[in-house]
Design a protein around this ligand. Structure first.
Ligand code: UDP
Ligand code: MG
Length: 311
């Protein structure tokens, strides 16, 4: 059995030495044939140089280097497209997901004869209150909005087998929300509980902007409910308008004098309807933008260089 480990790296020079040592120790101890596919996602620091020195002395290290930063999900996708193992493990470079649990996940995979072992975060060390609370809220909102139910508190850290890898390679969509896609596929999936550590060195590479992007890829990729929101909001505003019409007729008939009335209610109505309209146009825009990107059919990533892959 051959094990592929897929590690996306973006500006990870601070942590790579430690990661490499820990990963290789663990993988060697399993006794399996293995490859570590390190994807350099257009890093601007010494990441590629450090990775190349690993690849020179260790043929189990394979490098895919992008022409620029294409983002975490695309880096993992490239690894999944190019790995040759019977099973593949997706894991971060920063050691937040401890590599020492990989052999345990392989054991679960063998014992349960399943297709996916997905890692669920029991505890998350060293993360800001903001990140913890938004992550918790997000996974639950996604479940509420989507027609499928996704496991909560689960990232991309998981083990997948050949069957799932082959299925994944047939997915043509460009905006991939990997954790969602894998769960959407079905097959036999088993949770594996673990404690998430602190980042071993360096800082998070997920800017607030990147977090928002990932979150919206998840929601707009797996739910059509936001589109239906327009109908609900429209219904509410029609009801409010009806009440106002009745009120206006009442005033016309029973009002004592003809003073200018209703200035504030007019402004409120205009603002309220304008807000609803812009909001729903924005939602439409998200979906149309997605259609636009899919029809352009551009590649999700561009590989500049591959090292240690036999052609
Ligand atoms: N990453 C990447 N491209 C990016 C951002 C992040 O390949 O544009 C990688 C990063 O090197 C790490 C993983 O994705 O291996 C997760 O990123 P990070 O640990 O910074 O995110 P966090 O754990 O803080 O959410
Ligand atoms: Mg991290």
């Amino acid at each position: 059995m051959k094990l592929s480990v897929i590690i996306p790296c973006y500006n990870e020079e601070a942590v790579l030495e430690t990661s490499y040592t820990r990963f290789s120790n663990v993988l060697q101890s399993t006794g399996y044939d293995y490859e570590m596919i390190m994807v350099n996602d257009g890093s601007k620091d010494q990441t590629l140089k450090i990775l190349s020195t690993f690849a020179q002395k260790d043929k189990n290290i394979k490098i895919i280097s992008f022409s620029r930063n294409f983002g975490h999900q695309n880096a993992v996708t490239a690894g999944l497209h190019n790995c040759s193992g019977d099973i593949a493990v997706i894991i971060d470079a920063d050691l937040q997901d401890p590599p020492e649990v990989i052999p345990e996940m392989v054991e679960v995979y063998k014992k349960e004869k399943c297709n996916v072992v997905y890692a669920v975060r029991n505890k998350r060390k060293g993360e800001s209150f903001f990140k913890l609370i938004t992550a918790k809220l997000y996974y639950r909102t996604l479940n509420y909005l989507s027609d499928y139910s996704f496991p909560v508190d689960t990232g991309d850290f998981r083990l997948v087998d050949r069957k799932v890898l082959e299925t994944f390679r047939q997915f043509p969509e460009k905006h991939k929300y990997l954790r969602g896609l894998f769960s959407w596929m079905g097959f036999k999936q088993i949770p594996f509980y673990y404690n998430r550590d602190e980042r071993a060195a360096g800082e998070t590479k997920y800017s607030f902007q990147k977090m928002i992007k990932l979150a919206s890829v998840g929601i707009f990729g797996f739910s059509k409910k936001p589109l239906k929101l327009a109908i609900s909001l429209g219904t509410i505003s029609i009801l409010v308008a009806l009440v106002m019409v009745i009120w206006i007729i009442y005033l016309q008939i029973f009002a004592q004098d003809n003073v200018v009335q209703g200035w504030s209610s007019t402004i409120i109505t205009i603002l309220f309807l304008g807000g609803i309209q812009l909001f729903t146009i924005g939602i439409l825009g998200e979906y149309i933008g997605n259609i636009f990107d899919e029809t352009k059919n551009r590649p999700e990533y561009i590989i500049q260089e591959k090292i240690n892959f036999e052609e």
